[in-house]
Write a protein that binds this ligand. Structure first.
Ligand code: DGL
Length: 280
C-alpha cells in the first residue's frame, strides 16, 4: 500500500550513517540559511562503508522513508557510501511507489562536476570508504563528464571509525592517515587533485594536509554539494515551495542522544538538541 505522507511543506532532510553528514549540513546551512533542516544520523549502525550493497540500500531506504514520514519532501544523502550504493535504486525503483513528487539527491555527482576545472594534469585521486571504491561510482561519474581524466582510488577503512570515536585529532590517527595517503599517491605520481570522497574525512583534513604535498589540491565536498543544492532549488521552484523556511535545524540519531550531543558539538562548534529515532 502507498504510504500516506503529509502534503504540507517541510524541512530538508539530510542523512548520513553517522556524524560525517554534519560536514555537509554545515556548508548547506551557510549557503541556504533560510531553510529548515532535519538531520538524521544512523550512528547505531555506522559504519556503512564495509557493508554489502543490499544492507546499505535497505538502511538508506529506511532512513529516506522515515524522513519523508517526518515531513521532508527533499532528502540529501550526505553520505558517499549511500549515494554510491543506494541512490540510483531509490530514485528509480522506490520513489515512484513512495511518492513521485519527493526527491532524493546524493553527493557524488555535485563533487564530480567541480573537478573538471580543478585538475591540470587530468589525474585525480579519490579517498573513500571500501564500499564507495568497490561501487566504482567515482570513476564512472567522472568519465561520464570528463572522459580524459584518469581516476585512482584508495579505500580508507580505518578513517570513519577514527572520526566516529572522536580520535580524528589524536596522535594515533597519523599512522592511518599517512598509510592511506601514501598508498594513493604511490598509484599515480601525476595526481594534482584529491577528492575526499567520504563526508567524514573533512574532520581529518588537518592531518591529511600534513601528508599530502602542497602542490596537490584537496577537495572537501561540502561547499560543492551546498552550491549544487542551491542551484537545484532555483531550477525547481515547485520543490522550493515544498521546503519550509524558518532557519531551524533538528537532529535525530539512532544511537544515544547524549553521545550524539557531545560529538555533534565538536563537529558543529555548538550545542544541539537531539532526538532518538528507530529505523526499520
Ligand atoms: N560518511 C559516509 C560516506 O560519505 C559513510 C561512512 C561510513 O559509514 O562508512 O561515505
Amino acid at each position: 500500500m502507498k504510504p500516506l505522507y503529509s502534503h504540507l511543506p517541510g524541512p530538508i532532510g539530510v542523512f548520513d550513517s553517522g556524524y560525517g553528514g554534519l560536514t555537509i549540513l554545515e556548508q548547506i546551512r551557510q549557503v541556504l540559511p533560510a531553510y529548515d533542516y532535519l538531520y538524521l544520523g544512523d550512528n547505531a549502525r555506522t559504519p556503512y562503508g564495509s557493508r554489502s550493497f543490499e544492507i546499505v540500500y535497505d538502511f538508506t531506504l529506511q532512513a529516506v522513508r522515515k524522513l519523508f514520514g517526518m515531513g521532508c519532501h527533499l532528502v540529501v544523502l550526505a553520505c558517499n557510501t549511500a549515494s554510491a550504493k543506494a541512490l540510483r535504486s531509490i530514485q528509480m525503483n522506490d520513489l515512484p511507489a513512495l511518492d513521485a513528487g519527493r526527491r532524493v539527491l546524493g553527493v557524488i555527482r555535485p563533487t564530480v562536476e567541480c573537478i573538471g576545472s580543478m585538475t591540470k594534469t587530468r589525474h585525480v585521486g579519490v579517498l573513500a570508504t571500501a564500499g564507495t571504491v568497490l561501487s566504482n561510482s567515482y570513476p564512472l561519474e567522472v568519465h561520464k563528464l570528463f572522459p580524459d581524466i584518469a581516476v585512482v582510488e584508495q579505500a580508507c577503512p580505518m578513517w570513519v571509525p577514527l572520526v566516529e570515536n572522536g580520535e580524528a585529532n589524536s596522535p594515533g590517527a597519523d599512522y592511518f592517515v599517512q598509510k592511506y595517503v601514501s598508498a594513493l599517491l604511490s598509484k599515480d605520481a601525476n595526481i594534482d587533485t584529491i577528492i575526499l570522497g567520504c563526508t567524514h574525512y573533512p574532520l581529518l583534513l588537518p592531518k591529511i594536509r600534513q601528508h599530502v604535498p602542497e602542490n596537490i589540491r584537496i577537495v572537501s565536498q561540502g561547499e560543492y554539494v551546498a552550491r549544487s543544492l542551491k542551484d537545484y532549488l532555483c531550477r525547481h521552484p515547485e520543490m522550493d515551495a515544498r521546503c519550509t523556511k524558518g532557519g531551524t535545524c533538528r537532529f535525530f540519531t539512532t544511537e544515544s542522544e547524549d553521545k550524539f550531543m557531545d560529538s555533534a558539538a565538536i563537529f558543529l562548534n555548538e550545542k544541539v538538541h537531539v532526538g532518538h529515532i528507530s529505523l526499520e
